[in-house]
Design a protein around this ligand. Structure first.
Ligand SMILES: Nc1nc2c(ncn2[C@@H]2O[C@H](COP(=O)(O)OP(=O)(O)OP(=O)(O)O)[C@@H](O)[C@H]2O)c(=O)[nH]1
Length: 332
């Protein structure tokens, strides 16, 4: 049975390479919800950094906010999850779906078109976030594919405009316009845009068909490494670890506890060669550092990163101590 067409809930997808700013955009949307009930599907649950005061309940794969919004993990059954929300007594005002940084965002289109055909949702906007700072440092295969993904979207955010020069921005704009003269494009800092530009009826030009594209993987295979550690990190030795990361890693992020403030979490973000750290004000009762790094298979040396990270632990954990590591092929 199909849903009533006038109840079709708008869906916005957010794609972009590792660290481009997708989560920043989603956080910005949640902050502007203003009474609208938004259901967000995110690939990386931990990265949604929600103000503690806004959280109503936290479950394993779902955070409910006091403002009526919900964040859920994006898993294999996106269609089932969306249908369940649409059938609930109070259906959401919008769905926002963030694609993984190593996935082809077009792979979401097929599920959404099926949901649209059944009358549950209405594809409202496909946003693609491009990191203007890192773009020029990627290799040819990746830049070509990112341009493909960008031109297949409805709105391109040329983000991190604050980190690059006017000349580089102009060159990137020119390249995008040449590839797709009809693409909507906006330069942004921290993806800061008014809600109504991102979500709302009639964002996308209905005359433009959504081509059903195969799920084209990015030019390389990506590998990741992750660790958790209850032993605090030595701040000085961490600087040496960063040099190892910079040699092979595209993206790393984590929630870290350093030995000079062992109960205060630091949110760590590393993109390209740039890192940011943010100290959280509240104290944590059970401080356990969590860190994940990702890079191209051919340049990423997980064993070297693991070794460099162990050297930051002070004191070095005992054999069989509370340090766990995983090296795998990610859904980052
Ligand atoms: N200077 C600057 N930093 C930005 C901007 N947008 C995002 N960032 C920072 O870039 C880092 C990565 O941003 P995220 O929003 O986590 O990127 P993402 O695309 O969700 O990353 P993945 O989920 O790992 O693919 C964070 O430290 C952001 O604060 C911007 O316009 N300017």
């Amino acid at each position: 049975m199909t849903a009533e067409p006038d109840r079709a809930v708008p869906v916005v997808t957010v794609g972009g390479f590792l660290g481009a700013g997708k989560t920043t955009l989603v956080n910005g949307l949640l902050a502007q919800s203003n009474g609208r009930r938004i259901v967000v599907f995110v690939n990386d649950f931990g990265a949604i950094n929600i103000d503690y005061d806004l959280i109503e309940t936290v479950e394993e794969d779902r955070i409910s906010l006091k403002n009526g919004c919900v964040c859920c993990t994006l898993n294999d059954d996106l269609v089932g999850a969306v249908v369940d929300y649409c059938r609930a007594a109070e259906s959401p005002d919008a769905f926002v779906i963030e694609a993984s940084g190593v996935a082809d965002p077009r792979s979401l289109d097929q599920s959404i078109l099926a949901l649209q055909a059944a009358g549950h949702v209405r594809l409202d906007n496909r946003i693609y976030v491009l990191d203007a700072d890192c773009f020029g440092r990627l290799d040819y295969a990746d830049t070509e594919l990112l341009i493909d993904h960008a031109v297949a979207s409805d709105l391109v955010l040329v983000n991190k405009a604050d980190l690059t020069t006017a000349e580089k921005l102009a060159a990137l704009r020119k390249m995008l316009v040449r590839s797709s003269p009809h693409n909507k494009m906006i330069e942004t800092r921290h993806c800061a845009l008014p809600f109504d530009i991102l979500i709302g009826d009639g964002q996308r030009d209905k005359a433009v068909p959504v081509p059903v594209a195969p799920n084209q993987l990015l030019g390389h295979e990506f590998h990741s490494w992750s660790t958790t550690s209850a032993t605090p990190i030595n701040r000085r030795r961490f600087a040496a670890f960063l040099k190892t990361l910079a040699g092979s890693t595209l993206r790393a992020k984590g929630r870290l506890f350093f030995d000079d403030a062992p109960d205060r979490a630091v949110l760590f973000d590393f993109v390209g060669s740039r890192e940011t750290r943010r100290l959280l004000s509240e104290k944590t009762a059970d401080p356990v550092s969590v860190l994940v790094a990702i890079g191209h298979q051919d340049r990423f040396d997980a064993a070297l990163i693991a070794q460099a990270f162990s050297a930051t632990l002070n004191p070095v954990p005992p054999e069989g101590g509370r340090t766990e590591e995983r090296i795998d092929n990610p859904a980052f």
